[in-house]
Ligand binder design. Sequence first.
Ligand code: ZN
Length: 123
Amino acid sequence: MDSITPYAIPENREISEVEWELIRAMISLENTIPLEDIDDYKVIGRCGCGSCPTIFIGHDGDFEKIGKSKGILIDAIGETKNGHSVFATFYLHEAEIIEFEINYYTGLGEYELPMPSSLNIAK
Ligand SMILES: [Zn+2]
């Protein structure tokens, strides 16, 4: 049987405190969207790989929008507490954030999140 990795796996939960901390830190880098615009967002999916911390955020019913358009709102780079470099990127669906991708330069055995204070705009 073929196993094809999906782009996203549906998930339905609140955004965690740690995730909010990162989201706020990302937004403060650019101040492009008011936080009030997304304060009722939830996690609507996770990365199809099933193991990295990339999440999809939005409202109920937004899952079908995932992967449809790929504008970038904020492209940042940060570090984990163990010194690993991490890309942190907000992707848009139309004008709304839908994907918060956390990506690594090198494959790590275990995924760690970047420290919010370490995030900077990627040059
Ligand atoms: Zn992944």
